[in-house]
Design a protein around this ligand. Structure first.
Ligand code: MG
Length: 318
């Protein structure tokens, strides 16, 4: 397969580097590859540090979406949550303005106090918001339990769930037994794709699914069926092209009762799609999207070469 020219497998392959408004998971620019398959535009955008095996799963998703029809769609638009990176509280107002009409706010939390300041700042803007905390596995079991009890005492039952408070299944089980806040799993799924998932129903209440990290539509549905929990679809900080496939994944679930984390294009300086794939009145419509005006964000020749080399290496993996 790798002997085939890249442009044949990935027609109109374009590498982009898009500035972010705020530092997000340590990066200020989002580098992505986009290309056009037989069914439309797709995106391949594993983070730069991901190894070939992990990136291969993302590539499978991007090729499936480019060259196949979407799965059956049950919804025309998807409710969206705001996503708040771990910023200074004074920046919260401007960020939340990027999510007009959204009534659920997901907050990236590192330590308890910084997180509490962000919860306060979010509630100042949206007093009736439902709040989600995303810890990215950053707490140990004991601090997770005490932090969650403390959040609950301080703010009451405004928390919809806490995403991945700890990394391990055994810690999650202990937390679930004591936590006043429902538990969602994210990294337990996408960083452990070779595991069997059947335990997750015992230690969590909600499963976070992502289009690229789980390997695409068919793979995500298979995983969702195995886990057997209600799902929330979230982005991997994709452009409007990747987000369009995240929306299609969300719309392919009949029961989609939660707001989804697919409004993250508003964390970019601007989208590559026109109009931008961002929330309007709290929703985004589900539709295939095309890029427009790519020249603004074309990556350097050196970065294009890096991505080409990366893709070739992935294609060589069986
Ligand atoms: Mg998460």
């Amino acid at each position: 397969m790798a002997t085939q020219p890249l442009q044949e497998i990935f027609p109109e392959l374009t590498i982009l580097s898009i500035p972010l408004r705020n530092n997000f998971r340590g990066i200020n620019f989002r580098e992505v590859a986009i290309f056009k398959g037989t069914h439309g535009w797709s995106e391949f955008s594993p983070f730069l540090e991901y190894d070939v095996d992990e990136a291969k799963t993302w590539l499978n998703a991007s090729l499936e979406a480019a060259n196949n029809p979407w799965p059956e769609q049950h919804h025309k638009k998807i409710p969206i949550n705001a996503t708040l990176p771990a910023v200074a509280p004074k920046e919260v107002k401007a960020i939340l303005q990027g999510y007009p009409g959204c009534k659920t706010v997901k907050i990236k939390v590192d330590d308890f106090e910084n997180g509490a300041l962000l919860v306060e700042a979010a509630l100042e803007q949206l007093p009736d918001a439902k709040i989600r905390l995303d810890v990215n596995g950053g707490w140990d079991q004991l601090s997770a339990i005490s932090n969650l009890l403390e959040y609950h005492l301080r703010f009451g039952s405004i928390f919809e769930y806490v995403e991945q408070p700890c990394q391990s299944i055994s810690e999650l089980a202990a937390i679930k037994a004591e936590s006043p806040v429902p538990i969602a799993v994210d990294e337990s799924i996408r960083k452990n794709l070779s595991s069997e998932f059947y335990q997750l129903k015992e230690v969590a209440d909600i499963a976070i699914l992502k289009w690229q990290p789980l390997g695409g539509f068919a793979s995500a549905h298979k995983i969702a069926n195995t886990i057997g929990l209600p799902v929330v679809i979230s982005s991997a900080l994709e452009t409007g092209i990747g987000i369009s496939h995240g929306l299609a994944l969300a719309a392919s679930f009949k029961d989609m009762d939660f707001a989804c984390g697919l409004g993250t294009v508003s964390l970019f300086e601007s989208d590559i799609c026109e109009p931008a794939v961002v929330a309007k009145d709290g929703f985004i419509e589900v539709a295939r999207r095309e890029p427009a005006g790519l020249d603004k964000y074309r990556a350097s020749a050196e970065r294009v070469q890096w991505w080409n080399d990366r893709i070739v290496k992935i294609l060589e993996v069986k």
